[in-house]
Write a protein that binds this ligand. Structure first.
Ligand code: ZN
Ligand code: ZN
Length: 426
């Protein structure tokens, strides 16, 4: 595998939101005299798995310690490869100082209407302090409307003065209409305090690299006059908004260990998969994924009864793999990789590497020179002492430390077991 792909390992994903655009609960379901909607009524209970915000996923990757062979190359043979044949490693221009000094990459897919509410819940629960990049699936409000809240991660931060947002040309056009001041700061009014976004427009037919994590996009229909993007990264396929899938999409989906797929409700819908379509798409994947998670559900998909039904389908052999409704706050370890998944990951890597080899000789030499100058700061990204530790171990450590400090300040007596129980997610 190319040196670049060995440096970053996608370890986990956290669902920041798993609901449709309107979110769950629907106000109209609860404002009647005697509410009867099972999902909406349950959703207002503490820690309900029926409380669903707009679909959004946090992808967390770890920077693996570099071996001497993977260090920044300063000698090029002129065709974009180093003297020993590896791709010349260049410093990512989108890598902020905040990201460079961390051994973790936090990449958020979609920042829709409920992004703030999801972040304030799950970032605090899991001890997540930074967002290093954002990737957008499409132009709808439930995917882009809270872009403005990203200023929380750029304002007053010397180590991250701007945040890279990766999007395709149609989404860029929509964002330009919605938020002209983000694209052109001279259009800002009032205080002028706007999120500093570095828009990175990618070709949706080609894989691209987000701070070392390789994303393969594929365009899918999303109802009338609209398309969205599915993403394959590592051994995961994420498909939050889709109304149809053609064979070409499976070139990227096949080999996924984990398939996360749009399922609005049991019956079909003009712009989203219904349950039958989501299950049919899951059955089509070769080989069968290890696990399928449904996302983007409306209040007609009550969490517990839907999962019971899905478990019965799997137990009876009606479907060939376990399928479950995801829920807000669900955290998945995605490190286990099947051999077929690795083959697919190699293909993404090869495709990206081919693109990276396109720059001119001058550009490669310039990048190598710059890389040499910045090598010291990049080297701090690798923290061998932490190698192999799951990311959430850090998160739990921080949460537990915070809890301990809080409890000590109150002179309370609690056991370690209590602390661990308190720091576990609901
Ligand atoms: Zn309802
Ligand atoms: Zn949409």
């Amino acid at each position: 595998m190319a040196a670049n792909s060995n440096q970053i390992v996608v370890e986990e994903v956290i669902f920041l939101g798993t609901g449709t655009s309107g979110q769950i609960p629907s106000v109209s379901c609860l404002s009647v005299p005697r509410p009867t909607c099972a999902a909406c009524v349950d959703s207002v209970k503490p820690n309900s798995r029926n409380r669903r915000r707009n679909t959004s996923l946090l992808v967390r990757a770890r920077v693996a310690p570099k071996s001497p062979r993977q260090d920044v190359r300063t000698h090029s043979n002129g065709n974009g490869t180093s003297v020993n044949g590896d791709a010349v490693h260049t410093v990512d221009p989108n890598l902020s100082a905040a990201a460079a000094k961390s051994h973790v990459r936090n990449i958020v897919i979609d920042v829709g209407k409920s992004f703030y509410e999801g972040a304030i819940r799950w970032f605090l629960d899991y001890g997540i302090t930074d967002i290093h990049a954002v990737v957008l699936t499409h132009e709808h409000a439930d995917a882009v409307l809270r872009l403005d809240d990203l200023r929380d991660w750029t304002m007053y931060r010397d180590d991250q003065p701007s945040l890279p947002v990766f999007l395709d040309p149609p989404t860029m056009a929509a964002v330009s209409r919605l938020f002209p001041y983000m694209v052109d700061e001279t259009k800002a009014t009032g205080s002028g305090l706007v999120p500093k976004i570095k828009f990175c427009v990618f070709d949706p037919t080609q894989p691209f690299n987000v701070l070392g994590v390789e994303f393969a996009p594929f365009v899918v229909p999303h109802g009338k006059n609209c398309t969205s993007l599915g993403f394959r990264f590592s051994n995961v396929t994420y498909l939050s908004d889709v109304s149809d899938l053609d064979e070409k999409a499976y070139e990227w989906i096949d080999g996924s260990d984990i398939f996360i797929v749009d399922t609005l409700k049991e019956v079909s819908h003009v712009s989203h998969f219904g349950l039958d379509e989501a299950l049919a798409a899951s059955e089509r994947i070769r080989p069968a994924p290890r696990q399928v998670y449904l996302t983007g559900m409306c209040h007609l998909m009550e969490h517990h009864s839907s999962n019971k039904k899905l478990a019965k389908l799997y137990a009876s052999g009606s479907i060939g793999m376990p399928v479950e409704c995801a829920y807000d706050g669900l955290r998945l370890d995605v490190r286990d990789k099947s051999p077929t998944s690795l083959v697919a990951a190699e293909r993404i890597t090869a495709s990206i590497r081919q693109q990276q080899l396109r720059p001119t000789v001058a550009a490669v030499k310039q990048a190598a020179s710059k890389a040499q100058a910045e090598a010291a700061s990049v080297a701090t990204a690798a923290q061998p002492a932490d190698a192999g530790r799951p990311i959430w171990a850090d998160a739990h450590g921080r949460v537990q430390a915070a809890l301990t400090a809080e409890l000590q300040s109150r002179s309370a007596e609690v056991s370690t077991a209590d602390l661990i129980a308190m720091s576990e997610k609901p």
